[in-house]
Write a protein that binds this ligand. Structure first.
Ligand SMILES: Cc1ncc(C[n+]2csc(CCOP(=O)(O)OP(=O)(O)O)c2C)c(N)n1
Ligand SMILES: [Mg+2]
Length: 184
């Protein structure tokens, strides 16, 4: 599929459609990096809905036991297709799950690039120094319905959609560059 590309020479693995499988792949790659002493760090991304799959929990458990150089980033947009957070998870923040696997759970603002950089850098430095994995939860706004086949007005109230409108349009608009340059 169009989004299923990888770049082998840059160590970017292909995306795949079954959600959460990549969490185990990243953990296995981090295990290999540790055994081979390459000083590489694996980083993998998933949605909050995918963090309810067994793969996520097995991967974090193994990574926590072996203190692997891996960073797990959960992009929490509040929905897994039509299923809201309240029906997916008994806890409001996915980050708290890190404690169950012996790793820090860090929340960052997924709409703030500097906050994401800070959280990512700290986690990567931690992994590279041999201390172990980190779970990052980036709180994000869902920009659109799940896909062009999905009519989200069927399961989201107009009040809820209206409340997110400012965040959606702010993220969609180019921001003026500091110093008044052309944002390009
Ligand atoms: C193993 C598996 N089960 C079900 C699906 C169907 N599916 C595709 S996306 C999705 C929801 C994912 O939600 P989330 O992880 O929160 O990611 P988001 O789309 O919100 O970014 C589901 C259930 C799938 N692709 N793979
Ligand atoms: Mg989601």
């Amino acid at each position: 599929m169009p989004g299923h590309y990888g770049i082998a020479e840059r160590n970017i693995l292909s995306v795949s459609s079954p959600v959460a499988t990549q969490v185990l792949h990243a953990t296995g790659i981090a295990y290999a990096a540790k055994l081979r002493r390459t000083e590489q760090v694996a980083i993998t991304y998933l949605g909050e809905g995918s963090s309810n799959q067994g793969d996520f929990h097995e991967a974090l458990n193994f990574a926590g036991i072996h203190k692997l150089p891996v960073v797990f980033v959960v992009e929490n947009n509040g929905y897994a297709i039509s299923v809201p957070m309240s029906l997916q998870s008994a806890v409001e923040d996915i980050a708290v799950r890190g404690a169950g696997y012996g790793m820090p759970g860090v929340i960052c603002d997924g709409a703030d690039v500097l906050d994401c950089y800070r959280a990512g850098k700290e986690a990567i430095d931690r992994a590279r120094s041999g201390v172990g994995p980190t779970l990052i939860e980036a709180k994000v706004t869902r920009m659109t319905a799940h896909s062009s086949d999905d009519q989200q007005t069927k399961y989201r109230s107009s009040e809820e959609l209206e409340a997110e409108k400012d965040a959606r349009s702010a993220a969609a608009l180019p921001r003026p560059a500091a110093g008044g340059g052309d944002p390009g």
